[in-house]
Design a protein around this ligand. Structure first.
Ligand SMILES: [Ca+2]
Ligand SMILES: [Ca+2]
Length: 103
Protein backbone atom coordinates (compact mmCIF):
# COMPACT_ATOMS: atom_id res chain seq x y z
CA UNK A 1 0.00 0.00 0.00
CA UNK A 2 1.36 3.39 -0.97
CA UNK A 3 0.27 6.87 0.00
CA UNK A 4 1.20 9.58 -2.49
CA UNK A 5 1.07 13.06 -0.97
CA UNK A 6 2.71 14.79 -3.95
CA UNK A 7 -0.47 16.58 -4.95
CA UNK A 8 -1.91 16.88 -1.47
CA UNK A 9 -3.39 20.26 -0.63
CA UNK A 10 -3.42 20.92 3.09
CA UNK A 11 -6.04 23.67 2.85
CA UNK A 12 -8.68 21.59 1.13
CA UNK A 13 -7.36 18.23 2.41
CA UNK A 14 -7.60 16.81 -1.09
CA UNK A 15 -5.23 15.46 -3.69
CA UNK A 16 -3.73 12.53 -1.79
CA UNK A 17 -3.51 9.28 -3.72
CA UNK A 18 -3.56 5.87 -2.15
CA UNK A 19 -2.52 2.80 -4.07
CA UNK A 20 -3.32 -0.68 -2.88
CA UNK A 21 -1.59 -3.46 -4.76
CA UNK A 22 -2.64 -7.08 -4.59
CA UNK A 23 -0.85 -10.09 -5.99
CA UNK A 24 2.64 -11.46 -5.59
CA UNK A 25 3.64 -8.49 -3.46
CA UNK A 26 0.98 -9.25 -0.88
CA UNK A 27 2.90 -10.14 2.25
CA UNK A 28 2.06 -13.46 3.79
CA UNK A 29 2.19 -14.09 7.50
CA UNK A 30 1.17 -16.60 10.09
CA UNK A 31 -1.88 -15.37 11.97
CA UNK A 32 -0.84 -14.62 15.54
CA UNK A 33 2.87 -14.70 14.75
CA UNK A 34 3.57 -11.19 16.02
CA UNK A 35 7.37 -11.51 16.00
CA UNK A 36 7.49 -13.09 12.55
CA UNK A 37 9.55 -16.17 13.42
CA UNK A 38 7.05 -18.46 11.71
CA UNK A 39 5.44 -20.04 14.76
CA UNK A 40 2.86 -18.90 17.28
CA UNK A 41 4.16 -19.08 20.83
CA UNK A 42 3.64 -17.40 24.19
CA UNK A 43 6.33 -14.94 23.09
CA UNK A 44 3.92 -13.60 20.47
CA UNK A 45 1.20 -13.13 23.08
CA UNK A 46 3.69 -11.39 25.35
CA UNK A 47 4.81 -9.08 22.54
CA UNK A 48 1.20 -8.10 21.85
CA UNK A 49 0.76 -7.32 25.55
CA UNK A 50 3.88 -5.16 25.39
CA UNK A 51 2.61 -3.44 22.23
CA UNK A 52 -0.73 -2.80 23.91
CA UNK A 53 1.12 -1.27 26.86
CA UNK A 54 3.14 0.90 24.40
CA UNK A 55 6.36 -0.84 25.36
CA UNK A 56 9.09 -1.62 22.84
CA UNK A 57 8.37 -4.66 20.67
CA UNK A 58 11.25 -4.56 18.16
CA UNK A 59 11.33 -3.97 14.42
CA UNK A 60 10.06 -7.41 13.47
CA UNK A 61 6.70 -6.86 15.16
CA UNK A 62 3.99 -7.54 12.57
CA UNK A 63 0.79 -5.67 13.38
CA UNK A 64 -1.12 -7.52 10.66
CA UNK A 65 -0.21 -10.91 12.09
CA UNK A 66 -0.75 -9.66 15.62
CA UNK A 67 -4.30 -8.52 14.86
CA UNK A 68 -5.71 -12.01 15.36
CA UNK A 69 -9.39 -11.09 15.34
CA UNK A 70 -8.93 -8.74 12.38
CA UNK A 71 -10.60 -5.70 13.91
CA UNK A 72 -7.77 -3.47 12.69
CA UNK A 73 -6.29 -2.96 16.15
CA UNK A 74 -3.70 -4.86 18.16
CA UNK A 75 -5.16 -5.18 21.63
CA UNK A 76 -4.98 -7.35 24.71
CA UNK A 77 -7.85 -9.38 23.22
CA UNK A 78 -5.55 -10.55 20.41
CA UNK A 79 -3.01 -11.70 23.02
CA UNK A 80 -5.76 -13.51 24.92
CA UNK A 81 -6.91 -15.29 21.74
CA UNK A 82 -3.35 -16.56 21.19
CA UNK A 83 -3.09 -17.75 24.80
CA UNK A 84 -6.41 -19.58 24.44
CA UNK A 85 -5.18 -21.13 21.18
CA UNK A 86 -1.91 -22.25 22.82
CA UNK A 87 -3.84 -23.70 25.74
CA UNK A 88 -6.18 -25.51 23.36
CA UNK A 89 -9.23 -23.70 24.69
CA UNK A 90 -12.21 -23.31 22.36
CA UNK A 91 -12.29 -23.48 18.58
CA UNK A 92 -9.63 -21.77 16.50
CA UNK A 93 -12.10 -19.56 14.68
CA UNK A 94 -9.49 -16.92 13.89
CA UNK A 95 -7.23 -19.49 12.18
CA UNK A 96 -4.30 -18.79 14.48
CA UNK A 97 -1.14 -20.50 13.26
CA UNK A 98 -2.34 -20.62 9.66
CA UNK A 99 -0.56 -18.75 6.88
CA UNK A 100 -2.53 -16.04 5.15
CA UNK A 101 -1.98 -13.46 2.43
CA UNK A 102 -0.44 -15.94 0.02
CA UNK A 103 -1.28 -14.96 -3.54
CA1 LIG B 1 6.24 -16.06 16.75
CA1 LIG C 1 -7.44 -7.16 17.07
Amino acid sequence: MQLDLTGFDFESKTGAKMTVAWGSDTPSYVIGDADGDGTVTTKDATLIQRYDAMMSVGDSFDTAAADVDGDGKVTILDATLIQRYLAGIGTNKYHIGETTGVA
